[in-house]
Design a protein around this ligand. Structure first.
Ligand code: SF4
Ligand code: SF4
Length: 96
């Protein structure tokens, strides 16, 4: 399977060409092309999800959701695990 599923999908019908995603993309992967945002440089996309978050029209979708560590924790005792650590007594989720 190729890695294209990790790339943002842009709905041309929803895009109003505001350019917010183009400006926000630090990797310069997006451009406005013919009045619609386009992933002109997919090889530069790091899948950060900023474009999806910033789009006021909900025109950009990534096939996955980035969940920050704080959102995984319901308490101080349930910190997510990173790379090979044993589970904490109160439980935790492996985020390798
Ligand atoms: S932020 Fe959304 S509406 Fe604006 S150019 Fe990008 S895709 Fe289009
Ligand atoms: S996911 Fe991140 S790197 Fe990829 S196009 Fe959107 S803002 Fe740019």
């Amino acid at each position: 399977m190729d890695d294209s599923w990790t790339l943002p999908h842009i709905c041309a019908e929803r895009c109003n060409a505001c350019g917010a995603c183009v400006v926000a993309c630090e990797n310069h992967a997006l451009e406005l092309d013919g009045g619609v945002a386009a992933l002109s440089h997919p090889e530069s996309c790091g899948g950060c999800g900023v474009c999806e978050i910033i789009c006021p029209e909900g025109a950009i979708d990534l096939a996955f959701e980035i969940v920050w560590e704080e959102e995984l924790c319901s308490s101080e005792e349930e910190k997510p695990l990173v790379g090979g650590r044993e589970p904490l007594a109160g439980g935790g989720r492996d985020v390798q």
